[in-house]
Design a protein around this ligand. Structure first.
Ligand SMILES: [Zn+2]
Length: 224
């Protein structure tokens, strides 16, 4: 599988040019998809470098979904083994620590996505959608959520007693990452589920935020 990497330099210049802003406005949405533009990529890569200490990698959504593996989400922050490197004729594996985002996102998937407290169409303006997505992944990354999640799979957290607990902890991670990313975009606003059933579900998950913080504290992960 070939991944598309648009820019990877040690230092990224801030995106202040009118040309980049114009490009972002003109090419962000086309047909049925929201597209990542080179100018937007530079700005988001800057956020990832500053706040997560890693770089932003772009993958081609069509390529990834045409593979034999299950389709991935629009973004993720799991450290992934890679054998892209070579030492002479030999392939060399290395762990890549990056936040990955898709080069496009189908609009109908945004419309049909279900989040615990967010309505992605109502709450996140389309021109801020990629930024919201990147802040969400930055939150997961700086709190080591992929490692905590892997620990759930391998049953290494004695606090988690059942499959139901495991699901609630994963939902707590999503709830917290959604709140954190929304708060980055709209610090003056507070998220709330839209329906009584949604509010009830969020209330059932909130106690697991405490448990999640305890698991992170044991791993030495500081809350930011
Ligand atoms: Zn997430």
């Amino acid at each position: 599988m070939i991944r598309q990497v648009l820019v990877r330099t040690g230092k990224v210049l801030p995106d202040k040019s009118e040309a980049n802003k114009q490009e972002a406005r003109e090419h962000l949405v086309s047909g049925n998809c929201l597209y990542l533009t080179p100018g937007l990529y530079v700005r988001l890569d800057n956020l990832v470098r500053e706040h997560a200490g890693m770089f932003l990698e772009v993958f081609d959504l069509d390529e990834r979904r045409s593979g034999v593996l299950e389709p991935m989400d629009w973004a993720n922050c799991s450290p992934a083994g890679s054998d892209r490197y070579r030492r002479s004729s030999e392939k060399v594996s290395a762990e890549i620590t990056a936040i990955e985002i898709a080069n496009k996102i189908p609009l109908d998937e945004i419309r049909s996505a279900r989040r615990l407290e967010l309505d992605l169409v109502r709450d996140i303006p389309l021109e801020l959608f990629y930024e919201w997505l990147v802040w969400h992944e930055i939150h997961h990354s700086v709190h080591d959520d992929p490692v905590v999640a892997a620990g759930l799979d391998n049953c290494v957290h004695p606090e988690i007693k059942s499959a139901g607990d495991r699901i609630k902890i994963m939902q707590a991670m999503e709830l917290e990452a959604d709140r954190a990313s929304f708060n980055r975009l709209f610090p003056e606003r507070t998220l709330k589920a839209a329906t009584p059933a949604g509010i009830k579900k969020v209330r059932s998950i909130e106690p697991y935020l405490v448990l999640l913080h305890e698991i992170r504290a044991k791993r030495g992960i500081k809350r930011k």
